[in-house]
Design a protein around this ligand. Structure first.
Ligand code: AMP
Length: 408
């Protein structure tokens, strides 16, 4: 059973994971220093130029406020979207983000379009600089670009966990060349939570990996299968596992070339329950009628698009007894109303469980938002790709460089 109350968000870690092997912003003297903070302001913007979800901006407010109130001159950099390298694109400018950030902080936030060769800052001010991806050499981690970034500051703070799997100039190179480089509070918390969940989890440790393809999540499945007590698979991943066990899955989404690998995964030490009851449709459309069937009744033209209610009961029992839950990916085609129940119930069960729950990765966040359970998940990771790679046990370059810089 979890030791944390169900509604209590994670707020620190126990002794085992205290003391990251890198400097962190809160330990440093920031007064009168130029502090360059890398945030992840890759926010969705509609065709009218409006920011449609400001949660990434809100998540950064505490870091920015801390640095500002400590007496720093704060410069913030981020990417936005995927512009063509070396070219400005007004639809991906961060100017609107600077305005929004100012109103969220209730403080003036300056915006600097041409910044990389230096610009004037007022003492103890906040400036957001233009999209780092407009600069040639950002994605290739060009060292002269990274040096220029480093020269803009006395202290570089990386607070953007979500981009830490990329070795770019603004995430990796700058940390190499800045006089001092450290992690920010958001980054620190994310590393601590994930490290504890993977290395010192409250057991049973349950992972749910759903979604379309085994191939795109193979590394995370393999890594988790060695660590967890129960691995619940969903979506096309479950279909491929069912097929590997010899079940008829009709016209369901699965990957023929992953069958052997799925069979090996099924032999791992984790308990991997497969759905005995499924929800099928005859068409892959939003109007498709849903039919609940035993796995033995699936017909040639059936597509399995969700887990059936009886199988959800077994999943519920596993979740109810979990100490730690890691969730990535939907159990079915949750975008279609008739096939959303499994994912919805899963989200609600995780939200209501006593376990310490962590969710992350693209569609998982969409499901959490659709089913309004965000408040009850213990920790929602900001990093999609970075979250997955961290769980896979990969070294994330932007974190590794901070570790290499050490704590002195
Ligand atoms: P992923 O990006 O791998 O996490 O996959 C998420 C996508 O998988 C969502 O768009 C779901 O609609 C889709 N998905 C989940 N279950 C199924 C299924 N049984 N058949 C087809 N697509 C599915």
């Amino acid at each position: 059973m979890g030791i944390l109350e169900p509604d209590v968000r994670y707020d620190g870690c126990n002794d085992e994971c205290k003391g990251l092997a890198m400097l962190n912003m809160e330990e440093l003297e920031l007064r009168d220093r130029r502090v360059l903070i890398r945030e992840d302001f890759n926010v969705p913007i509609n065709d009218k130029g409006e920011i449609t979800d400001d949660s990434r901006l809100k998540a950064s407010l505490a870091t920015i406020t801390k640095a500002y109130l400590a007496g720093a001159t704060v410069i913030i950099m981020s990417h936005l979207g995927r512009p063509k390298e070396g070219q400005s694109d007004s639809s991906l400018s961060l100017e609107a983000v600077a305005g929004k950030l100012g109103s969220l902080l209730d403080m003036p936030v300056g915006f600097e379009k041409n910044w990389i060769n230096g610009f004037k800052t007022e003492h103890q001010s906040i400036t957001l600089v233009e999209n780092v991806r407009f600069l040639t050499g950002e994605a290739s981690n060009d060292s002269s670009l990274a040096k220029k970034m480093g020269q803009l500051c006395d202290i570089f703070v990386n607070d953007a966990f979500a981009t830490s799997h990329r070795a770019h100039a603004s995430t990796h190179g700058v940390a190499k060349y800045a006089v001092t480089a450290c992690c920010g509070p958001l980054m620190k918390k994310e590393i601590e939570v994930l490290t504890k969940a993977l290395n010192r989890p409250e057991r049973p440790l349950v992972a749910i990996v759903g979604g379309a393809k085994v191939s795109s999540k193979l590394d995370i499945i393999n890594s988790l299968a060695k660590k967890v007590d129960h691995l619940i698979v969903g979506g096309g991943i479950a279909n491929t596992c069912l097929k590997s066990e010899g079940f008829e899955i009709g016209a369901s989404l699965y990957e023929e070339d992953m069958i052997e690998i799925a069979a090996q995964i099924m032999k791992s030490s984790a308990e991997i329950p497969l759905p005995e009851e499924v929800v099928c449709g005859k068409k892959f459309t939003v109007e498709a009628t849903a039919q609940i069937k035993s796995i033995h009744e699936v017909e040639e033209d059936d597509m399995i698009m969700d887990v059936g209610p009886k199988s959800m009961k077994s999943i519920k029992n596993i979740i109810k007894n979990a100490g730690t839950i890691l969730w990535n990916g939907p159990l079915g085609v949750f975008e279609f109303k008739n096939f959303a129940d499994g994912t919805k119930e899963l989200a609600e069960q995780i939200a209501n469980s006593q376990a310490f729950s962590i969710a992350g990765g693209g569609d998982t966040l969409a499901a959490i938002s659709n089913f309004s359970v965000a408040e009850k998940i213990s920790y929602i990771s900001t990093g999609g790709g970075a979250f997955l790679e961290f769980i896979e046990g990969k070294k994330l370059p932007a974190i590794e460089i901070l570790e290499q810089r050490g704590t002195d």
